[in-house]
Design a protein around this ligand. Structure first.
Ligand SMILES: [Zn+2]
Length: 128
């Protein structure tokens, strides 16, 4: 399995992650087969510097919008402003989506994707 992400969506996701540091960013990657857009979502966690929770109403609105536009949710992303791009215990415990979870590790400037809670890594391919 491979996650294909267009350059523009890739850069949008990183911009979001950097803009929200030291808080964790969260959002969706949507598209048709390949992720074309990054859609940031509010982080409703009460400790957003070390945890994320996509704000439920915003998430629902985004899912409806994707549906209306004929876009699939291809991945969820969130950032680790001070950590490695590896799933935390909470990331594994709270995972409920079957799509890959992209984790952006800001100190290393690297992103990795995993199926959670299994932990299988998914290769990310950034495309023009
Ligand atoms: Zn995390």
């Amino acid at each position: 399995m491979e996650l294909r992400v267009r350059r523009e969506a890739w850069e949008g996701m990183w911009r979001d992650a950097r803009a929200r540091a030291p808080r964790e960013a969260v959002g969706l990657l949507v598209g048709r087969g390949v992720a074309e857009e990054a859609w940031p979502l509010p982080n409703a966690s009460d400790r957003p510097q070390a945890h994320y929770r996509a704000e439920p109403l915003a998430l629902l609105t985004a899912l409806r919008r994707a549906d209306e536009l004929g876009l699939e949710v291809l991945a969820l992303y969130h950032s680790h402003p001070a950590g490695a791009p590896l799933p935390s215990a909470a990331d594994e415990a709270e995972a409920s989506w079957r799509v890959p979870y992209v984790i952006l590790g800001l100190p290393e400037g690297q992103a990795r994707a995993f199926l959670l809670p299994q932990g299988d890594e998914v290769k990310i391919r950034v495309e023009p």
